[in-house]
Design a protein around this ligand. Structure first.
Ligand code: NAD
Length: 252
């Protein structure tokens, strides 16, 4: 295993796609900081990762400025630098527009859109102390295409893709690249919560590869975007979706 020199901050890393991303960065020689609102899941996740001294787990709500500032201060004290930030924490509410409460709308936007804004504002100055870094925002195919039930979720992810372009425009010259991944469906706790049998059937019909993606397939794409192999990719959203976005309408 390569020496642990670089450091990555991954939000929503206690389970699912975020935990796979943390494992992938660890395997590639990074120190990792796992931020998550769920303390119990976070402790379990942290205990499953090795080497233990390369892992820092901090309970943190990414939509609360004071919590994000404290978490990033602790990260800098422990690892001395931040080279990568993955804004992965997200929540999903799948409801019709007329049944989505204002509180649900506000919470989805706070976590999925304001969280990445805030984490970037706090992490980027630390990245710049070492000449820059890379940021990846985890959006969704629901932000590329409108569909029923996703008024809050899809709007938050579409906003995140434009935030990615804004961040790239402002931070590129300083040495920070910013890109997004738009995953198709992945079998995680979130998918189990919001993907009804009808939604699953729709995805099956609309995805040329005719299957859900895996957490590792998303993590590998995130790592690629943070690596030197992607050194001239900036401001882009990469759909990792089995061809869903390319096709446009369901397959016969
Ligand atoms: P998940 O629910 O399994 O994991 C999300 C993690 O984020 C959880 O550990 C949760 O505790 C944490 N979290 C929630 N709110 C938080 C907050 N305010 N602060 C810090 N942490 C918080 O979901 P997942 O499927 O692994 O999703 C990861 C990301 O991928 C999300 O942004 C999601 O929108 C996106 N995504 C998922 C799918 C899918 O099908 N699973 C598809 C497209 C995009």
């Amino acid at each position: 295993m390569p020496p642990q020199t670089k450091s990555a901050v991954i939000t929503g890393a206690a389970r699912g796609i975020g935990l796979a991303i943390a494992r992938t960065f660890l395997a590639n020689g990074y120190h990792v900081t796992l931020l998550d609102i769920d303390g119990a899941e976070l402790r379990k996740a942290s205990a499953s990762l090795a080497p233990a001294d390369a892992v820092l787990a901090i309970e943190c709500d990414v939509s609360v400025p004071a919590q994000v500032q404290a978490a990033i201060r602790t990260t800098e004290e422990r690892f001395g630098r931040i080279d990568a930030l993955v804004n992965n924490a997200g929540v999903a509410v799948f409801k019709p527009l007329l049944e989505t409460s204002f509180e649900e709308w506000e919470r989805v936007l706070a976590v999925n859109l304001s969280g990445p804004f805030l984490c970037t504002q706090v992490c980027a100055p630390v990245m710049l102390k070492n000449g820059g870094g890379s940021i990846v925002n985890i959006a969704s195919i629901s932000g590329l295409r409108a569909s029923t039930l996703r008024v809050a979720y899809g709007t938050s992810k579409a906003g995140l893709m434009h935030l990615t372009r804004q961040q790239a425009a402002e931070l590129g010259n300083a040495g920070i690249r910013v890109n997004a991944i738009a995953p198709g469906p992945v079998e995680t706790a979130m998918a189990k919560q919001v993907h009804s049998p009808a939604i699953r059937a729709d995805y099956h019909d609309a995805i040329p590869l005719a299957r859900y993606g895996t957490e590792q397939e998303i993590a590998d794409a995130v790592y690629f975007l943070c690596s030197p192999a992607a050194s001239y990719i900036n401001g882009q959203t990469l759909a990792v979706d089995g061809g869903f976005d390319a096709v446009g309408i369901g397959l016969p």
